[in-house]
Design a protein around this ligand. Structure first.
Ligand code: 3PG
Length: 306
């Protein structure tokens, strides 16, 4: 019987798991659950007889992929698929997919929780600032970026966006101000929302030079990936600019060192952008449905290693 493994270091909400089980079993497949595991050996064991696997930020390394002797499909229930070794998957003829857009509202809503927290003196009392009328730069304009823009309009912020893959006219059609370069976005905006994926091009790309361009009172909100920030240079920005603030949903490697920039640096204890039952249901059920369509009809709509 076709076996589907759900392997989540950070388990989905129970309602999402129930929904995934229903879709998989109704399609006539077997489901196996590996939740909250802490040891990669458990994953290697669990994947050994799986035909497909649903993961979140779990690392589908070459070792994991090779351990999956029957594996034909890996679905990342979420947006970023930098946790899948695509070369190893492709070599073994395994399709890799994501579920774009399914958890983006959750991430965008958290962005504003983080933004208000920083603007209001970390909820410690004392006079903060309002978001209304402030310039926010959305980097980049994908599913999360679009949701950030929608919510920012509700706050009556002055909304800018830049995406190297989305023409300025497309951004402006949505009532967002376009700019011509990433440098222009950073030099224009008080707030920057990082919504870029971690790729060979974007890794370390948010550096001292770029962050130094931001106007006085600069705040960067990172709900994307820690790898996109040049962490050593981020520390230098904190040292050079007493006005600079950074809040992240992904713990930087130099977290301990940054803690000394009290009230200007904050990091959530555990990545929680997509941690809503709605996002878990949307992404988890989409992943299960994509698996069924793949095995029943050969559907590869969301394949990322074509
Ligand atoms: C994503 O890429 O979809 C988000 O970063 C959420 O990741 P998570 O499912 O591991 O919370």
């Amino acid at each position: 019987m076709t076996k589907i493994l759900v392997a989540t270091e950070k388990a989905f909400a129970k309602t999402a798991v129930d929904g995934i089980k229903k879709i998989i079993t109704e399609a006539g497949y077997e489901i196996s659950l590996l939740e909250n595991y802490t040891n990669v050996d458990d994953l290697l064991k669990a994947v050994a007889d799986a035909d497909a696997m649903i993961i979140r930020s779990d690392k589908a390394t070459k070792q994991v992929i090779e351990a999956g002797k029957n594996l034909k499909l890996i679905v990342r229930a979420g947006a970023g698929y930098d946790n899948i070794d695509l070369v190893a998957a492709t070599e073994k003829g395994i399709a890799a997919m994501n579920t774009p857009g399914q958890n983006s509202n959750a991430v965008a809503e958290l962005t504003f929780g983080m933004l208000v927290f920083m603007a209001r003196a970390n909820f410690k009392g004392g006079s903060g600032t309002e978001l209304k009328g402030k310039k926010i730069g959305i980097h980049a304009y994908g599913n999360v970026g679009k949701n950030v823009a929608r919510i920012a309009k509700g706050f009556e912020m002055d909304v800018y966006a830049f995406d190297p893959f989305v023409p300025r006219e497309v951004i402006e059609k949505d009532g967002i101000k376009g700019v011509n370069s990433v440098e222009e976005l950073y030099s224009t905006c008080h707030y920057i929302s990082l919504n870029i994926p971690a790729t060979e091009k974007t890794k370390n790309s948010i550096n001292l030079e770029l962050l130094s361009k931001m106007p006085v009172g600069a705040t960067v909100i990172n709900t994307a990936r820690k790898e996109v920030i040049n962490e050593a240079e981020l520390k230098q920005v904190f040292e050079k600019r007493p006005d600079f603030k950074y809040i992240s949903d992904i713990m930087p490697s130099n977290h301990e060192e940054l803690l000394k920039f009290e009230n200007r640096y904050y990091c959530t204890p555990k990545k929680q952008g997509a941690e809503t039952s709605e996002a878990n249901i949307n992404a988890g059920l989409a992943a299960a449905n994509q698996i069924v369509k793949f095995f029943k009809n050969g559907d590869k709509t969301f394949q990322v290693n074509k």
